[in-house]
Design a protein around this ligand. Sequence first.
Ligand code: SF4
Ligand code: SF4
Length: 413
Amino acid sequence: MDYEKLINCMRCGMCLPHCPTYKETFLETASPRGRVALVRKFQKGDLAASERFLDYLSLCLDCQACASACPCGVNAGELVAEFKCEKKERDGLSFMEELVLRRLLPHPDRLETAASPLKLYQRSGLQKVVRKLGLLKMFPPGLSRMEGLLPELPAQPLRRTLQEVTPAQGEERGTVGFFLGCVMSLVFSEASFATVQLLSAMGYRVITPKAQKCCGAPNMLAADRRGMEEMARFNVELFSSYDLDFIVTDCGGCGAELKKYGHHLGGDGHAAVFSGKVRDISQVLYEGRGLLGEKLKPLPHRVTYHDPCHIAHCQGIRHEPRQLLKMIPGLDYRELADADACCGSAGTYNIERPEMADRVLRRKLDTVLKTGADYLVTSNPGCLLQLKQALAQTEPQVRVIHLTELLQASMNG
Ligand code: SF4
Ligand code: SF4
């Protein structure tokens, strides 16, 4: 761990009001400043890695709101993640982690096969019966929560149905590679299909290399740096074999990870070039807004936007998605209070720390309802899962939708 990053904290406390766990607890140990101090004490040998100590650190959502707020460039979330990686390198992966992170995730075919029973569970009507009879209460808490988050899966993952090359419509302005995230392909295939259609309509030839692997973000969440690096190397080599202007993604989590490949793989020049080409879809569409604006037709909806942490805090993108929404004629855009506050999803945090995740989510839902919007737009699969499920249960009149789906709906009139 880079000790410099730890000592940069001057204990000013400017990060405190931005940290979701501190806002809920008002505990120093649940704040960015407190977490930095804990890791610093551990590094100096003044503190042991006791269960309590690890519990304090694992309460961090890694939302990186503290990094956006800190005047000294301290990123408490990243420091906690680094600490966990170092610990995992010493302890090794558990059997389940080895199975999921090393044997399943790097193989899209296996991942898709593993998702098939879920589709059968939904399409056979079993899911409806289980939910209606309240049988979920009989499942272990983590499993019932995961089941509750599961939206209706598409008939086929997009990776299987999308052509490797989607031609540009009209005059060709360039070639982009499309990084299709695992969850986007398996769960939100309509949104990613809309992304490719938009790129094509903007004059881009879109190449979606079918062999691409997971970006490695789930590995980093589980503190498996080696697993992430293996997939990063593979993806860099694969995309480098094409002549691409940009590498585009519509998944906030993937985008944040892909932009860090250059840093993660250090001396690998290809990785730095790869990361330099990565763009969130909102950046590419905003750049071509002149052409896009001509194609958009009215949508009479009240719309608000939730900033995914991986887009706002990790990639610094806030302006583009909002401006794209405001370009839709007839759309009534309503700004969300604390729009860049975490929704509590945070990878698998909502499964592992359900109590805190629900408290953080409640704040988000309250602000959404105050806008009076009938559509909540966002662009990260974790946020989509979390907010879709919560609003379907409590406020079904508010629909949650990916940015590109709404733009495509406007384009199609
Ligand atoms: S992490 Fe940054 S904002 Fe927070 S107390 Fe330290 S220096 Fe201040
Ligand atoms: S990453 Fe988020 S939860 Fe963790 S310390 Fe920073 S603001 Fe708090």
